[in-house]
Design a protein. Structure first.
Lengths: 241, 345, 366
């Protein structure tokens, strides 16, 4: 589904991704973890071209990512993204937030788009908030709306960039539960997160990145119980307390 | 127990109050006690002239306020510019109420000036035609600033987007226009409009003075507004751009649906401040021969009857400008706090 | 590829517009029999200029007249910038004063100035000057200073002889002051006590002055303005136009600079003032050593904008008859009829002036 081959990226002199290769099969759930500055978010954002990679190739759902805007549009239609800061559109209601892209990108008629939006809002269990503005919702509710908004485009792949890091602790669970139920339905997911419990429960593979490289990758049980590299052990020691 | 600082403060207050009191007393003597408020019928201004320096001659205002406020408009038709003024004030009042911030408000900003122009021009529905050279005073000031501002917004948005564009040619053209028009004094541009616009159009096409000034204003306001819009666009969080892009929204839909609405909300206080600045700047058309509020005042004291009473006339005009501008600036202040506290709609 | 098409289209549109404009203008100029080109710059003007820093007569060329105008613009703009900055600083601090009446007065001043048009203020000051009495009944606010409808006449200084000694003394004084400050700073770093630099410098200045006078007998006479048949002669005089423009520009821009200074001071974190106060510094010292340096850094860019505005606003001199660049350009325009060339020239000069000021100010930035 997704194939990264020898991907490198520089910010000026600083190399943030060093020769990264990763393959994701359909229906696979990957959790990416690592210390801050390790390039995990950057790698994720390269997949839907929010960042440009300078070397290597990225192929998403059969389309190779280049500077060609048509390819980028095609990829973005199939890939949904959920951000750490939610990034809901504050001047639109929850319903309008979700229906915006279907109307303007997939050219759906308004009534159909709104029905679709209500379906996914029910799916994330907040259909009653459809008429409210994002500013009136709690953090956990906003993030669930963000997930519903991405789902409205019927993506084949979902990217999560530290979705719970900006939430108060009591709201983390409701978002994680939503993500778990998504995973159970067979969605291909790449998730950058610090929530190791979620990784253990849902991931097919856990990938550890440090200083722009993939250091170790493996099944959750093997990863958490018997990490092979010293750096992985160090990181796990700091995170799992 | 009074500290030394308190005593120094009290002393300063006393000194300043004494000075103020003395100046205030002298001003009241001149402006109120010994002033002439009106000329008795048949009397000439020599009555005023006799007490020049001792008493203010407010009679000049009393005699000529119609000209100052409404220009050289024919006497019997003066209800028309007066009505136009009321329409403009109603427009500003409506724009101030947050509940009215809907799309139809834009229609109002186009409609009211259009109606005002039709009212002033006449020539239909039995209204006598009045050429634009006779328009003046407050209606002209309102007209120039409102139309200038409203018509400048679309090009300003275009210029701001152009300045942020990644296409080098578009960016250079936008920067060139903005910096050129912001770098020259407004008066040179008005001169250019008054003297050169007739040269730009085919012979035979007469362009009214008012129209020349209006076009000049639109062009200059667009350049200044472009910077305001640009600041607003920069203030929209980057995450908004990213969220829109990640959903597959292309440049124009993302800009129109997501970025601009948010930018607009952020830049409203700056927009209003720019409006006020140009409202005052319309007074510059006095130098190119148009009789806006200030131009009419200047014309009054050129009249041999009223030569030398500039101070009184200008104080009156200053009061009018001050009343309007101060009210709007207070409103902006209130708006800034309201927007910061309340957040969204 | 799409991008290329957009850009090509935009450039083509702009070029087309310019071409149409130029062609139409040339056609119209020909039709009206108006001259083109910059040849008129060499012709004699035939008009007088009331206040000129250069020698100028009506036989001089338009180019020279415009140069005089430019010098006048620079003169009034520079002076106004200095006055406006000084007044603005005072205003900004006054607005934050604890003495309520001072703060309110400053606020009233700022509100009145900012909510009335600049042109109105200029005309007001000019009208005020026109309401002054004639030379015979001139006001005498100070001995030797005369204020009348013809202008402000001040006593001037005339040097006779011995100027060289005075210049040498001034140079020596500068060196002495520099040395004193260096020594004082070293003293302070080492022993904690500074030399009384100001008092020492004053003493040195007195000594040097006496020495110079004794050595070279420079005589300084006060050139008092005296009432002659047609007005005052001698001394320094400011025309009412210049005075009105200077006062109008300075007071107007000072209000804006005052607000910028106030904003800058308020932008300095309260914690800074609290920390300094906790260290026992007086309010004046806190202001001078801690708050103002930080505030001025914040205030510099908007102040640059105000200086640029002031320079552009000086063009309003055309409305009150002060012979600055714009006024002379206006007269030139009326006499030669060559609006396109004159206005293009004037715009270019003002753009260049703005560029110079912007460059100077960015060099001053820390």
């Amino acid at each position: 589904m997704i194939a990264l081959r020898n991907v490198s990226k520089w910010y000026g002199e600083f190399q943030v991704l060093q020769d990264v290769s990763l393959s994701v099969a359909r229906g696979e759930r990957i959790v990416i973890c690592g210390p801050s500055g390790s390039g995990k978010s950057t790698m994720l954002r390269c997949i839907n071209r929010l960042e440009r990679h300078q070397q290597g190739s990225i192929v998403v759902a059969g389309v190779e990512l280049t500077d060609d805007q048509r390819r980028i549009d095609a990829v973005r239609r199939d890939v949904g993204m959920v951000f750490q800061q939610f990034n809901l559109f504050p001047h639109l209601t929850v319903l309008e937030n979700c229906a915006l892209a279907p109307i303007w990108v997939r050219r759906m008629p308004k009534r159909e788009a709104e029905a679709l939006a209500m379906h996914y809002l029910a799916r994330v269990r907040i259909p009653d908030q459809a008429g409210k503005y994002p500013g009136q919702l709690s953090g956990g509710q906003q993030q669930r709306v963000a997930i519903a908004r991405s789902l409205c485009m019927s993506p084949r792949i979902m990217l999560f960039d530290e979705p719970t890091s900006a939430l108060d602790p009591e709201m983390v669970k409701e978002v994680l539960d939503t993500m778990v139920s998504l995973a159970e339905e067979g969605m291909t997911m790449l998730c950058v997160t610090h929530e190791m419990g979620f990784a253990r429960q849902v991931a097919d593979r856990v990938v550890f990145m440090d200083a722009g490289r993939i250091v170790e990758a493996g099944e959750p049980r093997a990863f958490f119980d018997a990490p092979q590299h010293e750096r992985t052990r160090l990181f796990l020691g700091q995170v799992l307390h | 127990m009074r500290s030394r600082r308190d005593r120094a403060g009290a002393a300063a207050t006393a000194v300043v109050a004494a000075c103020l009191g003395y100046l205030g007393f002298r001003f009241l003597q001149w402006g109120v006690v010994h002033a002439h408020w009106a000329l008795p019928p048949g009397a000439a201004s020599s009555l005023c002239r006799a007490s020049r320096g001792q008493g203010a001659c407010w009679a000049v205002v009393h005699e000529r306020f119609r000209f100052i406020l409404l220009g050289a408009y024919p006497y019997e038709q003066q209800w028309r510019p007066a009505l136009a003024c009321l329409l403009f004030v109603a427009l500003y009042a409506a724009s101030a109420v947050r509940a009215c911030w809907r799309p139809w408000l834009l229609g109002l900003w186009i409609g009211v000036p259009a109606v005002a122009v039709l009212l002033l021009r006449g020539g239909w529905l039995g209204l006598a035609a009045v050429p634009s050279d006779a328009w003046g005073g407050l209606p002209l000031t309102f007209l120039l600033s409102t139309v200038g501002f409203a018509a400048a917004i679309p090009p300003a948005v275009g210029l701001a987007l152009g300045r942020r564009s990644r296409m080098p040619a578009i960016r250079v053209l936008s920067i060139a226009y903005i910096e050129l028009l912001r770098g020259v004094p407004l008066i040179t541009f008005l001169f250019m409009a008054a003297l050169m616009f007739p040269l730009f159009v085919p012979q035979g096409l007469a362009v009214a003075n008012v129209l020349r000034a209006q076009v000049a204003f639109v062009m200059v306001i667009a350049a200044y507004l472009a910077e305001v819009v640009r600041a607003g666009l920069q203030a929209v969080p980057a995450g908004q751009y990213e969220a829109a892009a990640s959903m597959g929204l292309r440049y124009w839909p993302a800009t129109l649906l997501v970025v601009l609405p948010q930018a607009l909300r952020i830049m409203i206080p700056a927009l209003v401040n720019t409006f006020i600045a140009f409202f005052k700047d319309t007074s510059l058309v006095a130098v190119i021969g148009l009789f806006d509020l200030l131009g009419a005042a200047k014309a009054v004291i050129v009249d041999p009857q009223w030569v030398g009473f500039g101070v009184e006339v200008y104080l009156f005009v200053a009061a009018v400008y001050f009343a309007f501008c101060y009210a709007v600036s207070r409103y902006t202040h209130h708006l800034e706090t309201a927007l910061a506290a309340g957040g969204r709609r | 590829m799409r991008a290329l098409a957009w850009q090509a289209g935009a450039v083509a549109l702009v070029l087309a517009l310019l071409v149409v404009l130029v062609v139409q203008t040339a056609a119209n100029l020909r039709l009206r029999g108006l001259a083109s080109g910059f040849g008129f710059l060499g012709r004699a003007t035939g008009f007088e200029i009331s206040a000129s820093p250069l020698a100028y007569s009506p036989r001089d060329s338009y180019a020279r007249a415009l140069a005089v105008g430019l010098l006048n613009t620079v003169r009034v703009a520079l002076l106004a910038i200095v006055l406006a900055t000084a007044l603005g600083l005072v205003l900004g601090i006054a607005r934050l004063s604890r003495v309520r009446i001072v703060a309110t007065l400053a606020r009233a001043y700022v509100e009145v100035v900012r909510n009335t048009p600049l042109l109105l203020q200029l005309l007001f000051w000019y009208s005020l000057s026109q309401a002054l009495p004639g030379p015979r009944d001139a006001l005498r606010p100070l001995p030797g200073v005369f204020l009348c409808i013809r202008g402000l006449h001040l006593p001037g200084l005339a040097w006779h002889g011995g100027t060289r000694w005075l210049v040498a003394a001034a140079g020596a004084l500068a060196i002495v002051v520099g040395l004193l400050r260096g020594i004082s700073r070293r003293q302070r770093d080492r022993a904690g006590r500074a030399l009384p630099t100001a008092r020492l410098a004053a003493g040195a200045a007195a000594v040097l002055l006496v020495g110079a006078i004794a050595a070279g007998h420079p005589a300084v006479t006060l050139d008092r303005p005296a009432l002659m048949r047609f007005g005052f002669e001698g001394g320094m005089s400011l025309t009412p136009e210049f005075a009105a423009l200077l006062i109008g520009l300075s007071t107007n821009t000072a209000a804006f600079i005052g607000e910028i200074v106030r904003g800058g001071i308020l932008a300095v974190d309260r914690g800074q003032t609290e920390a300094a106060a906790a260290l026992g510094m007086s309010r004046a010292r806190v202001l001078r050593l801690v708050v103002l340096p930080q505030a001025l850094r914040v205030a510099l860019p908007p102040t640059t904008t105000q200086y640029l505005n002031l320079t552009k606003n000086s063009s309003l001199a055309v409305a009150i008859g002060y012979p600055d660049l714009m006024s002379i350009a206006d007269t030139t325009l009326n006499q030669t009829g060559q609006a396109v060339e004159v206005i293009a020239l004037v715009m270019t000069v003002y753009l260049a002036l703005s560029l110079v000021i912007a460059l100077l100010m960015s060099a001053a930035e820390p």
